[in-house]
Design a protein around this ligand. Structure first.
Ligand code: AMP
Length: 728
C-alpha cells in the first residue's frame, strides 16, 4: 500500500493554491485581430517591451489566408491549407467572404449544411484564436477586431456575431485605418501631423484622414469602397491573359471555370511580381495550345487605370466632405497588401509630393494597432504586462503607441420619412457622416391618438442619398407598447452610433417617462414601396394596419335649418362631402347617422362612397324630429360592438345644446371606454364644455363656426387618415 508522505500533501495543496490564484489573475491576454478579406493577422502586446507584436502562425508567417475549405466528410481546413485547396480549383474552398458580411443573399450549401459569410468568419476567427494560443502559449481572453471604416451597421453586427460564435469576447470593433494609425504611433516622433491613411487590401478600400499628435488620434473623416481591392487588379490581369490567349489561338477559356480559377491564382502571383519586376512572362497551356504571354508594368497600369480612378474619386469625395485637399496632408500611411503595387505608390508620390511614410509594415499595421487598442486602459493608458504571465510586476508598463482615439462614422445615419410635401419617401439624416462617435441624437414624434395605436416602425438607413433605396437599409425597429394617455402620444426616439460604429435605437414615451420596448425586425426583402408616393402607398393595404370605420353623426334639430336663406345644414352637408373626398374607401369606411328627437343610421360604415355621398346630400330631409332629446352614442356603441373594425370613430356635428346632456355624456363615456374615439364638432350655440365632455380627448372637442366647418373637417380627415400602424 502506498503511503502518502506529509510533505507531498503540502506540496499538492500549495500547487493547488498557486493554480487557484493564477486563474484569478491570469485572465488571458487581449489581442488585436485583423480579420482581412484575403489575409488575417493576430497581434498582442509584448509583456517585456510593451510593444505590439504579431503572433505568427504555425508556419512562422505573420498573416494567414482568409480562406475556409469544407471537405466532403465535413472536415474543415482554414488558412494556408484551405488556400492550397483553392489553388487546386476546389469548389468548396471559400475566399473573400468578408465582402459579403451580413449579406443575406450570400450562402453556400456544402454537404447539406448552409454557410454564410458570418459562419465562415467565425470558423476562421475560432481557428486564428486557437492557433495563436498554441503558438504564444497564452490563453486569449478577448480581442479587438478590425473592420473597414466603410463597414455598415449590418456588416459590423455580422462581425460581432462571428466573434461571438467563435467564443471570442469582443472588447471593441475598430476601423482598420484607425488601427493602422495606432501602429504608426509606435514609430512616430513628430507631433501634430495630418495623415492620410490609404488602405487598399484584397477586397476593400478605405481612406481616412486623421490628426495625430502626442496623445491622441483624431479621425477627421473616412470614406471608402468595400467592393474594391487587390482582387479587382487580379481580375484585370486574368482578363488580359484570357484576351491575349484568345487573340493568338482563337480559343477562349472564359467559360471553363477550372481554368479561370487557375488563371486567377496565377494572376495574383503575376501582380505581386510586377511590384518588383518590370515584366513578367506567363506560360499558358490550354486545349493543346501553349502560349507565353508577357505583361509589363505599363500594360498592367493602363488595363487597371479605371480601378486607380475609383480610389482617386473616393479620396476626392473625402477631401470635399472634410474641406481639405492634398496640400493639407503631411504624410501618407499605406496599409494593405495592394499598396505594394507601383501604381499606388506613384500616385501617392505624385499627389502628396512626398514618399509615403515608412516604419509600418503594410500587412501587420492593422493587427498591431488593434492589439494596442485592445490593451488600452482609459486612464492611465497603461498595461500590467506582468499580470499577463501570471506574475506580479510592480511597474506599470506603458504601451508604445497608446493614444486616445476619436473616431468618426463613415456613413450618415438616417431614417425613412416623408418629405415636406408628403409626396416622396426620403432618407432623413439624423447623424451625419464623419461625425465623431459615439454619438446620439433624439427626435420626438407626436402621434395622434387612435385606439389601435401601440406601435411605431422606424426604418434606419445608412448613407447620404435622398432616395432610401440608394442607401443601406440597416434595420427595422418596431417600438412597442405605446400607451394611449391623451389625444396624442409623444415618443422620443434616440438614435445612437456606439463607439463600435453600431446603431442602437431606444425610445421613451414622454407622457409616462417609460422606456418603450423595441424589437428589431428583419427588413423586408421588398422595400420598393419607398419609391411610391406616400399618399398612394397609404392607399395600399400595407400602409395602414387595421380597418378604420367612421360614423358621421349630424344634428338635425330645427336650428340647423334656420335662417332659411343660409341653412347651416347646407354648409354641414358640403363640409361632410369635402371630408369624404379626402378619405380613401379602401382605408376608411364611413357611415352616416342623423339625430334630433330620434336618430337614424342612414348607412352603416361603407366603402361605397358614391352611395354615401348620396345619403349625405339627402340627409336634410331625414325625419328624426325637430328637438334635441336623442343622442347618437347608444346606437354608435351598439354598431361598433358588433363591428370588426380596429379603429372606430364617431364624429358628432352639432349646433346647439341637447336636452338630456347627462344621458348623452354617460353614453359617450361608455363609447370612450370601449375604445370608440368621439370627435365633437360644435358651432352656433353649441356648448364647449359639453363638447369636451362627450369627446374622448380635449383636443377632440372643437367649437368652430360655419365658415370654418370645412377646415375643421379637413383636420379630422388628417387625424383619421393618419391612423394605423405609423411608419415614420
Ligand atoms: P490584405 O487584405 O491587406 O492582406 O491585402 C491582400 C492583397 O494584397 C491581395 O490582393 C494581395 O494580392 C495583395 N498583395 C500582397 N502582396 C502584394 C504585392 N507584393 N504586390 C501587389 N499586391 C500585393
Amino acid at each position: 500500500m502506498l503511503k502518502v508522505k506529509n510533505d507531498s500533501v503540502h506540496e499538492n495543496v500549495r500547487c493547488f493554491l498557486l493554480l487557484g490564484s493564477l486563474s484569478n489573475i491570469d485572465m488571458g491576454i487581449k489581442v488585436g485581430i485583423d480579420l482581412g478579406t484575403t489575409f488575417s493577422a493576430v497581434a498582442r502586446i509584448s509583456p517585456s517591451t510593451g510593444r505590439a507584436e504579431i503572433i505568427k502562425n504555425k508556419y512562422g508567417e505573420s498573416t494567414t489566408p482568409s480562406v475556409i475549405y469544407v471537405g466532403d466528410n465535413g472536415s474543415i481546413l482554414y488558412g494556408k491549407a484551405a488556400k492550397e485547396m483553392q489553388e487546386c480549383g476546389e469548389e468548396n474552398a471559400i475566399a473573400f467572404f468578408k465582402r459579403n458580411m451580413g449579406n443575406k443573399d450570400f450562402s453556400f450549401e456544402i454537404n447539406g449544411k448552409r454557410y454564410n459569410a458570418t459562419d465562415f468568419s467565425s470558423i476562421l476567427l475560432k481557428n486564428l484564436k486557437k492557433e495563436a494560443e498554441e503558438v504564444s502559449g497564452e490563453k486569449i481572453d478577448s480581442a479587438v477586431i478590425t473592420v473597414p471604416a466603410y463597414f455598415t451597421d449590418i456588416e459590423r453586427k455580422a462581425t460581432m456575431e462571428a466573434a461571438k460564435m467563435a467564443g471570442i469576447n469582443v472588447i471593441a470593433i475598430i476601423n482598420e485605418p484607425t488601427a493602422a494609425a495606432f501602429a504608426y504611433g509606435l514609430n512616430e516622433t513628430a507631433s501634430d501631423q495630418t495623415i492620410l491613411i490609404y488602405d487598399l487590401g484584397g477586397g476593400t478600400f478605405d481612406v481616412t484622414i486623421a490628426k495625430i499628435n502626442k496623445d491622441s488620434i483624431d479621425v477627421i473623416g473616412s470614406d471608402g469602397d468595400h467592393a474594391l481591392g487587390g482582387k479587382d487588379w487580379d481580375d484585370c490581369i486574368a482578363q488580359y491573359i484570357c484576351e491575349q490567349f484568345e487573340e493568338r489561338t482563337g480559343i477562349s477559356f472564359s467559360d471553363d471555370a477550372e481554368m479561370v480559377n487557375a488563371i486567377l491564382v496565377k494572376a495574383e502571383t503575376v501582380k505581386k511580381q510586377l511590384s518588383s519586376m518590370y515584366k513578367v512572362k506567363i506560360p499558358v497551356d490550354y486545349d493543346g495550345k501553349k502560349e507565353i504571354i508577357e505583361i509589363d508594368q505599363s500594360i498592367f497600369e493602363s488595363s487597371s487605370s479605371f480601378l486607380m480612378g475609383t480610389t482617386m474619386s473616393v479620396i476626392d469625395r473625402l477631401f470635399e466632405s472634410v474641406k481639405m485637399n492634398w496640400s493639407d496632408i503631411d504624410g501618407v500611411i499605406l496599409v494593405g497588401g495592394s499598396t505594394r503595387m507601383k501604381m499606388v505608390q506613384n500616385y501617392i508620390k505624385e499627389m502628396s509630393g512626398k514618399e509615403p511614410l515608412h516604419g509600418v509594415n503594410v500587412d501587420e499595421a492593422v493587427a498591431l494597432g488593434a492589439a494596442i487598442r485592445a490593451n488600452l486602459d482609459t486612464e492611465p493608458q497603461s498595461f500590467l504586462g506582468g499580470l499577463l504571465r501570471g506574475k506580479k510586476q510592480e511597474k506599470m508598463l506603458t504601451i508604445a503607441g497608446a493614444k486616445k482615439v476619436k473616431d468618426v462614422t463613415a456613413h450618415s445615419m438616417g431614417m425613412i420619412s416623408q418629405n415636406k410635401a408628403g409626396d416622396k419617401y426620403i432618407n432623413s439624416i439624423i447623424i451625419p457622416k464623419n461625425h465623431t462617435i459615439p454619438a446620439s441624437e433624439s427626435r420626438t414624434y407626436q402621434l395622434s391618438t387612435r385606439n389601435a395605436l401601440s406601435e411605431m416602425e422606424v426604418y434606419v438607413v445608412q448613407g447620404e442619398y435622398p432616395r432610401p433605396l440608394d442607401n443601406t437599409i440597416s434595420g427595422l425597429y418596431v417600438i412597442k407598447n405605446i400607451e394611449k394617455t391623451g389625444s396624442s402620444a409623444n415618443i422620443e426616439v434616440k438614435y445612437t452610433y456606439t463607439a463600435n460604429g453600431i446603431i442602437e435605437v431606444s425610445a421613451i414615451q414622454k407622457e409616462t417617462k417609460k422606456s418603450l420596448k423595441i424589437v428589431s425586425e428583419k427588413v423586408p426583402d421588398d422595400m420598393s414601396w419607398t419609391d411610391l408616393d406616400p399618399r398612394e402607398h397609404m392607399k395600399s393595404k400595407g400602409g395602414i394596419a387595421g380597418d378604420v370605420e367612421v360614423i358621421l353623426c349630424v344634428d338635425l334639430s330645427g336650428s340647423m335649418f334656420y335662417p332659411t336663406a343660409r341653412k347651416p345644414i347646407v354648409k354641414a352637408t358640403a363640409a361632410m362631402l369635402d371630408f369624404v373626398e379626402q378619405m380613401e374607401p379602401n382605408q376608411v369606411k364611413i357611415g352616416l347617422m342623423g339625430f334630433a328627437d330620434r336618430h337614424k343610421m342612414v348607412t352603416v360604415p361603407t366603402d361605397d362612397y358614391k352611395k354615401l355621398k348620396k345619403c349625405i346630400q339627402e340627409v336634410e330631409s331625414l325625419a328624426v324630429g325637430g328637438g334635441n332629446s336623442d343622442q347618437p352614442f347608444t346606437e354608435g356603441y351598439e354598431y361598433f360592438k358588433k363591428s370588426k373594425a380596429d379603429i372606430k370613430y364617431l364624429v358628432v356635428l352639432t349646433d346647439g345644446v341637447w336636452s338630456y346632456q347627462d344621458k348623452a355624456i354617460s353614453e359617450a363615456k361608455r363609447c370612450h371606454k370601449y375604445g370608440i374615439e368621439v370627435i365633437a364638432l360644435g358651432f352656433g350655440t353649441a356648448d364647449e364644455e359639453f363638447l369636451r365632455k362627450i369627446a374622448s380627448a380635449d383636443d377632440f372637442a372643437t367649437l368652430t363656426n360655419l365658415n370654418e366647418l370645412s377646415t375643421s373637417f379637413t383636420k379630422i380627415a388628417q387625424e383619421i387618415g393618419g391612423s394605423g400602424k405609423l411608419k415614420i
